[in-house]
Each structure stands twice: as structure tokens, then as C-alpha cells.
Design a protein around this ligand. Structure first.
Ligand code: ZN
Length: 152
């Protein structure tokens, strides 16, 4: 995102790709990175549903570019808040792509819920990996492999 690799409409236009430049969430303005993740009225409504909107507003006012805002937020927010920032950004990008490619219209609560579920599932998966014993298939596979190369 910070390296300009997302195929955002204004960026595509700059690279010679003929495409519409409007925002699919609000139908106005140019879809550049700053609009897509911070300034779009729909996106602002999504951020209001998180507990980090106040910090984001302050970061927006303290920086010039959206990439600078993201980097400032990553330095400012707690680890848990950074998780929320990252998954909400991802969920906003997913929302945008669902609209562009599949003409799916989502409400802001769907975006926040998808982000929350992603964090919850990630935490659950990591909690499970800590307590889960190695599977016998993995042990068997590794044992056979290590014997075949004379590792043991
Ligand atoms: Zn918009």
C-alpha cells in the first residue's frame, strides 16, 4: 500500500490505463489512496465505527501524504490498534474490489465485522498453534525424510 502497488484508479490512469477515476463507494472525487482509505465519506463512516478514528484524524492532520499517515499511525498505535488498522484497511480494499468487480454493495457494518472476524480468527489460529501437538503425519514425514538423508 505504501509503495504504490495497489491498482487504485488514479494510479492506473497515471500509468496509461484508461479507466474511470470515480470512487465506487461515494461516486465522487478521484479514487486516489488518500480518498480510498481516509477521506471518502463512506470510509470515514467505517472508521467512526472503530475506536481508532480520533488517532487517525490527528495523524491525517499531521501529515501530507496518505503513506505518511499510515506510517505515523503504525508508530503511534498500540499493537492491538495496529491490528485493527491493518485489517480494516484490508477490509476496505476488499469492499472496493467487491464493488468494482462483482457490483456488490456493502454497508459499513459489514466492513467492520469482516475486519473484526479476521483478527478474531487470526488470534484463534495462533492460540491453537501454541497448544496443538505436532501431528503424527508431520512427525512421520520428517522422520522418513531425515533418515533418507542420514540426518539422525
Ligand atoms: Zn469515495
Amino acid at each position: 500500500m505504501c509503495q504504490g502497488c495497489l491498482p487504485i484508479r488514479v494510479g492506473l490512469l497515471d500509468k496509461g490505463v484508461r479507466c474511470p477515476t470515480h470512487c465506487v463507494s461515494c461516486n465522487s472525487n478521484y479514487e486516489d489512496l488518500a480518498h480510498l482509505i481516509f477521506y471518502c465519506p463512506f470510509v470515514v463512516h467505517v472508521w467512526h465505527m472503530t475506536d481508532i478514528w480520533g488517532v487517525i484524524q490527528h495523524a491525517i492532520q499531521s501529515t501530507t501524504l496518505a503513506t505518511e499517515t499510515i506510517l505515523l499511525l503504525l508508530d503511534t498505535l498500540s499493537a492491538e490498534q495496529n491490528q485493527r488498522l491493518a485489517v480494516t484497511l484490508w477490509s476496505l480494499w476488499k469492499h472496493r474490489n467487491l464493488k468494482v468487480w462483482d457490483d456488490v454493495t456493502e454497508v459499513s457494518a459489514t466492513i467492520v465485522e469482516r475486519a473484526k472476524n479476521l483478527v478474531d480468527n487470526w488470534r484463534l489460529a495462533n492460540a491453537y498453534s501454541i497448544v496443538a501437538p505436532a501431528t503424527s503425519a508431520t512427525t512421520l514425514w520428517w522422520g522418513a525424510f531425515s533418515r533418507s538423508i542420514g540426518y539422525n
